[in-house]
Write a protein that binds this ligand. Sequence first.
Ligand code: PGA
Length: 260
Amino acid sequence: MIQRKLIVGNWKMNPATLEDARRIARKTRTAAAQLVQTDVVICPPSIFAAALISKKNTPNFNLGAQTASFEESGSHTGQISAAMLKNIGMTHVIVGHSEERAAGDTDEMISRRIRAVLEAGLTPVVCVGEKSRDNEGGAHFEFLKDQIRNTFANISEKYAREIVLAYEPVWAIGAKEAMSPEQIYEMSLFVKKVFGDVFGQASAMKVPVVYGGSVTFRNAADIIAIGQVDGLLVGRESVNVTGFVELLKVVDTAKADGVN
Ligand code: PGA
């Protein structure tokens, strides 16, 4: 059976206008409609999201949010609930992005966000990743282990199959180069294993792991083929629509044996 790939575009706080957002979304949707074995989720700023929900039915093209409140409703100025995101037609929510962690989110808060997203019936794309690599001592393995265990500490096992794990080494985000595909392969196996420590090996076998950090149309095929990940979380290249369309094409035809 062919395993479908998942490409998530994290637009972050881009673009500046609704007009540009519409253009990027339209071109991405058109490209997605041509793909055979790849699902695409774009995560625009929430202010634009409702306007980007299309009446056209493109089953492998969906919208996601960049975060969600862990509160259900009520007096929480500036917050958007997971149920609201679901209500306008979104399917995924990025949770625990390093930029959100850097702004003050703790593992415990992220765990609450994941729960809220799952309870609303959406798929959380949960970001984990070390801030730096310790090539001599391997401290990044310990860091990741703690982060993954704490992040999922309060999540019921019944939800394990609803989660997408995004491995994003923080040092590779917004950088010049991505992590090497060989290292991505090693690390994706590691995060799967730790996920299995929390939810059991059967769930670890099933959890999709996507890689994020300086992915472009140039390195995407190798990351999929050699890194053997189930997809990609793409920042800058997802709003550079020409590059993103090319990226979708190369991923759709990449084979998991290192040959494109
Ligand atoms: P980047 O961002 O692709 O621009 O490095 C990735 C991310 O932050 O998810």
